[in-house]
Design a protein around this ligand. Structure first.
Ligand code: GMT
Length: 375
């Protein structure tokens, strides 16, 4: 198939997922055209069957806000026509679903039918999408899609609760390349982070408010009072300084390292003992799944789709949002005992296998074929 993929090219989960999907489809022989404003972060190196089209957004003194959506829709029209694409798969509804609708209408006038699939990722529904400044356009453009998917049952249900959606929303879970994340720890790296054999706790995110990164510091603070431990923060974003400030206040800065945005997550996860995810909401929690695939148990909140990924008492534990004491006790109960830690690590790795890339990609291919047949 000749497929167009539209996503955010940045470190967010939706962009990572869309890029890995495109790479996997290309490996299976499909021709995949990425249409984004920047090279997606995980699209590194030359991959046959992958094409990258950069959306140019010219500025003009009149524009306080350059019209990205218009530029994107025009780029979609251009790429679809020039490469005779058969379908367009957009990730994250805003503004990709409405730009796709516009491109579809333009092409229809020229006699070309292009089916559009929209994958909902989370905040495009639960936070940004439901804001009344965007909601009518989001609801309309989702309804205009030929196929709609959500990355968890929770997100599907939230979408039906939030908008009047007239079509079926199929759940296709996010995936992970289990083989890639089954790395052996690099001893030298572990020694740098935890020179005296301390337990390593890890958090990775975009440090937005929704992640509650201060809660990560608070949980870690309780843990390190009882066992020797280090905390690694991966990623960057607006709330990073609040986490740094709190660490200073609690006098635990020396036990915490901020390593910034990283591409080789598999090497970092390989040295971790526990992944902390304290979010207010996660539609899925791709970062937690990547941790589990690396054999790292997860202590997370029970918000949104996290309960579908992190099985309480098996792959880690879940607790109410903001319940620092419970999350600290849960973390300690895993980390204190070598045998228990080993069991949780094995459980996490085993559970992640059901989300392996090889199980999920065929679900997207089946959806594409069905939509092409019926449209
Ligand atoms: O978590 C974020 O803020 C980024 C956001 C994104 O769109 O990149 O992540 C969402 O999509 C990911 C991939 O499907 C999910 O794993 C995340 O749970 C989801 N984030 C939220 O729902 C807050």
């Amino acid at each position: 198939m000749r497929i167009g993929i539209v996503c955010y090219p940045t470190f967010g989960g939706s962009g990572v997922l869309a890029t890995e999907l495109g790479k996997a489809l290309a490996q299976k022989g499909h021709l995949v055209h990425f249409i984004t404003y920047q090279q997606p972060v995980r699209l590194n190196g030359f991959i046959p069957n992958i094409f990258y089209h950069e959306v140019q957004v010219p500025t003009y003194p009149l524009f306080d806000y350059p019209p990205y959506e218009t530029a994107l829709a025009s780029a979609m029209v251009d790429v679809i026509k020039n490469n005779n694409l058969e379908l367009l798969h957009v990730h994250y509804a805003i503004p990709h679903a409405s730009a796709a609708f516009m491109a579809k209408q333009i092409l229809a006038k020229e006699g070309k039918h292009i089916p559009v699939i929209t994958t909902l990722h989370g905040t495009d529904i639960t936070l940004v999408g439901r804001d009344k400044t965007y909601a009518p356009v989001v609801a309309f453009s989702i309804n205009q899609s030929d196929g709609i998917t959500a990355v968890s049952k929770n997100l599907r249900d939230e979408t039906f609760k939030t908008f009047s959606i007239e079509k079926e929303i199929e759940v296709i879970y996010n995936f992970v390349d289990v083989q890639r994340f089954s790395r052996k720890p690099i001893d030298a790296f572990r020694k740098v982070i935890a020179p005296n054999g301390e337990r390593i706790l890890l958090h990775a995110s975009n440090f937005r408010k929704i992640k509650r990164v201060q809660d990560v510091v608070k949980v870690f603070n309780e843990v390190q009072k009882q066992i020797p431990a280090k905390l690694l923060f991966v990623g960057d974003g607006p709330e990073r300084s609040t986490a740094e400030d709190l660490a200073r206040e609690l006098n635990i800065s020396n036990e915490i390292r901020f390593v910034g945005k990283q591409e080789q997550m598999e090497d970092i996860l390989a040295i971790a003992d526990l992944f902390l995810l304290t979010s207010d909401y996660e539609s899925f929690g791709l970062a937690a799944l990547e941790a589990m695939a690396s054999g790292v148990p997860v202590v997370s909140t029970n918000a949104g789709g996290l309960l579908e990924i992190n099985i309480n008492g098996e792959t880690g534990y879940t607790a109410n949002v903001g319940d620092i004491m419970t999350m600290s006790q849960q973390s300690l109960s895993i980390l204190k005992d070598e045998k228990i830690l080993k069991t949780f690590k094995e459980n996490a790795a085993n559970h992640a296998k059901q989300f392996d890339i090889n199980n999920i990609i065929p679900q997207y291919e089946e959806l594409y074929e069905r939509i092409l047949r019926n449209s």
